[in-house]
Design a protein around this ligand. Structure first.
Ligand SMILES: Nc1ncnc2c1ncn2[C@@H]1O[C@H](COP(=O)(O)OP(=O)(O)OP(=O)(O)O)[C@@H](O)[C@H]1O
Length: 704
């Protein structure tokens, strides 16, 4: 506190005398405390297990209301020697006796970190080492218990710092392993409630030899991070009974106990479940240490409240605190009498710690206000008494099968074994599955290989077939002259790899062959056209020859007719001559013989001339007939030559085209001079046979 505040507080008028909050405390203790050892003196007993309760007193700074009233801060704090004493001014003014108190630590101000370091850390550390630990804040309402235990965001209190310290310890002690579980409960109006599970309302306090006093059924949460612990704490805080009172805007109306159970063991020290019995069948010694850290925020003792509810709560709170005071007094007055732990839920729950098997740290909080002088004095007396309480904390080794740590360890081992078994069986299943898959793949692969082989063979046959067709067709010299490399199939049939490229190559080979075939086809087509042209020319020549033969025949017929007429004429002349010769003989007798000889001579000459003409005509007819015979011979020869040509064209690849591969040149035995079906051409070569020429059509072989 700064000096200006101190000065303003000093100027306050006379404070109201206060009634003691706890009769028990005021009756069993004198107002002047017994001289305390300074904080530098050890408060521990000779045995390391025997320890006095560690007591810290904290005087909170004046709050806004106190400052506004201009009250004096009546307590002086000497942190160096752990002394809390009344202000000399106040003592003088109110004729108070010298009041000096000595504790392990005394603080004022708001430094929670310092308070934890000096007043609490050691107890938390002890808990981690296997001793039960209890830390609680005691003081009248609004004196700063919750500020000390819970703190604020900027000043985390004992509980969050203890949590951090626990995890720090775990981090530092790598040779140990731990298991932590937390619970959070409150004692409200003398009922125990589970703050982590508020719906559970029938919590009971039990006691047995092994566990001592415990609450059940209490929800315990196994935790592994500070964050997780704080989450549980916040959850509990939300369920805690808090109310606005005459003295505190947010007053705790219940005592809260945050509990952390710590199980620890040296790493690898836990015997496996199978070897937990010695060879003699005796259970092996416990190897798990179990300790409990209780962090307690007590409700504050208070004067009569204006609200009925608050008064009822206050009555329960005051009664339990009174019992706590009594218990502490009994513990310290060495009277050996009955200690009334059972008189309140609070003392019952604290029984384990207060009866000795715990290291206990208490933070007593007091108000700086003159108004709270008497209550603060009572708190300080309580602090002095409890400071005298000596505990004999023992590490609590438990039978390994009772510890959750061991249970978890065993469970982990069992799960690991199960996992291994599962892995093994999974492995085997996987192996079988894989081998089945491999078999299937292999079979599929073989099938595919077989198919590929078949395709290859088919392609090879096809290529061979096409290659043979092309290479052996001597009439297509262009192909015959192709370099061997381009005609030879490039497929390596012995190779099992590169199927795709092989097929591509085969395809391109086939494509090349098709191109060649198309070339051949067009070549045949042009040859057909040529044949058609020749046939047309032949047909024209044929027509000319026929016309000439017809004309010669007509002329021959005319000559024949003329010959016939001349012969008739001759015959008639002969008859006339013979008749005249008969008459001459008669005439000689008649006197006409000379003139008859003359006429005869003329007639003879005429006959001779006509005979000559007939002979000429006969010669001419003979010559014409010879010409006709020659022309017919020529035509005959021309027809045969055409037939031979077609027959040679009709031979492809060294064999006759048949079975519809190509249209054929047919020879039909038919009479007449028909010219066929329009596509056909006919040539009459003699009176008996007509050759029909059909244009040749090339058809692609259907062979595959
Ligand atoms: N050391 C401190 N520094 C600053 N503020 C404090 C300190 N102690 C207490 N206060 C403040 O004083 C008020 C009362 O404190 P707190 O609630 O902690 O008292 P309490 O003892 O828990 O009271 P109750 O018993 O009624 O719950 C709070 O506003 C708190 O923040």
């Amino acid at each position: 506190m700064d000096s200006s505040i101190k000065r303003s507080l000093t100027r306050v008028g006379s404070p109201q005398p206060l009634r003691a909050a706890s009769d028990t405390l005021s009756t069993t203790n004198t107002l002047t405390p017994t001289p305390e050892p300074s904080k530098n003196q050890s408060s521990n007993t000779a045995s390391s297990n025997r320890q006095n309760v560690r007591v810290t007193v904290r005087v909170r700074p004046p709050n806004a209301v106190e400052m506004s009233r201009g009250e004096t801060e009546i307590w002086e704090v000497d942190s160096k020697i752990g002394k809390v004493s009344l202000q000399p001014d106040f003592m003088e003014r109110y004729r108070k006796q010298l009041s000096e108190y000595y504790y392990d630590e005394v603080f004022t101000g708001s430094d929670n970190k310092l308070l934890f370091e000096r007043g609490v850390r050691e107890t938390v550390r002890s808990t981690m080492e296997g001793y039960n630990g209890t830390v609680f804040a005691y003081g009248q309402t609004s004196s700063g218990k919750t500020f000390t235990m819970t703190g604020t965001e900027s000043q985390p209190g004992v509980i969050p710092q203890a949590v951090d310290a626990v995890f720090e310890y775990i981090k530092e002690n790598k040779e140990k392993e731990f298991l932590l579980r937390v619970s959070y409960m409150e004692i409200y109006n003398e009922t125990v409630r589970d703050l982590l599970c508020p719906e559970t309302d029938d919590l009971r306090i039990h006691e047995d030899k092994r566990r001592g006093v415990y609450v059940s059924p209490l929800k315990e949460v196994v935790v592994s991070t500070p964050k997780q612990v704080m989450k549980e704490i916040l959850k509990g805080e939300a369920n805690r009974h808090m109310s606005s009172t005459d003295w505190n805007e947010r007053s705790s109306r219940s005592h809260t106990v945050f509990q952390m159970v710590v199980e620890s063991t040296a790493k690898g020290s836990l015997p496996p479940r199978s070897s937990r019995y010695s060879t003699l069948g005796q259970k092996q010694s416990a190897s798990v240490s179990l300790s409990v850290l209780n962090l307690i925020d007590l409700a504050g003792s208070e004067k009569a409240a204006s609200s009925a509810d608050r008064r009822k709560e206050g009555a329960f709170i005051n009664k339990s605190l009174l019992t706590l005071g009594t218990v502490i007094s009994k513990l310290t007055d060495n009277s050996g009498g009955h200690i009334p732990y059972r008189d309140s839920k609070l003392t019952r729950i604290l029984q384990n710690s207060l009866s000795g098997n715990a290291r206990v740290a208490v933070i007593c909080t007091i108000s700086p206000s003159v108004i709270n002088h008497e209550e603060s004095q009572n708190t300080l007396k309580f602090a002095s008494r409890i400071k005298k309480v000596v505990t004999r904390a023992q590490t609590n080794a438990v039978m390994d099968d009772k510890a959750l740590l061991q249970k978890y360890r065993i469970e982990i081992e069992e799960l690991k074994a199960k996992l291994e078994r599962t892995n093994e069986s999974n492995h085997k299943e996987k192996e079988t599955e894989l081998s089945q898959m491999l078999q299937q793949e292999k079979a599929k692969h073989e099938e595919e290989m077989m198919e590929a082989q078949l395709v290859r063979t088919a392609l090879k046959e096809r290529i061979d077939h096409l290659t043979k067709l092309i290479l052996t067709n001597s009439s297509f010299s262009a192909n015959a002259q192709q370099p061997t490399a381009t005609r030879k199939p490039v497929v390596d049939h012995t190779s099992s790899g590169g199927q795709v490229s092989e097929f591509v190559q085969l395809e391109s080979q086939i494509e090349a062959k098709n191109v060649t075939i198309n070339l051949l086809k067009s070549d045949v087509e042009s040859k057909n056209q040529m044949i058609n042209k020749l046939t047309e020319q032949l047909k024209a020549a044929n027509g000319k020859a026929e016309k000439s033969i017809r004309e010669l025949n007509n002329r021959l017929k005319a000559k024949d007719e003329e010959l016939k007429n001349l012969r008739n004429e001759n015959r008639e002349l002969k008859t006339v001559i013979e008749e005249q010769l008969g008459n001459e003989d008669d005439g000689n007798a008649n006197g006409h013989s000379r003139s008859g000889s003359r006429e005869y001579g003329e007639l003879s000459k005429t006959i001779q001339r006509q005979r000559n003409i007939i002979n000429g005509l006969e010669e001419e007819i003979k010559a014409n007939k010879l010409i006709i015979a020659n022309q017919k011979e020529m035509l005959h020869r021309a027809g045969l030559s055409q037939l031979q040509n077609n027959a040679s064209i009709n031979r492809v690849n060294g064999r006759r085209m048949e079975n519809g591969e190509y249209s054929t040149l047919t020879k039909e035995n038919t009479r007449g001079n028909g010219s066929g079906n329009g596509k056909s051409l006919s040539i009459e070569v003699d009176s008996q046979f007509v050759y029909f020429l059909k244009p040749i059509e090339f058809e692609r072989s259907t062979a595959k």
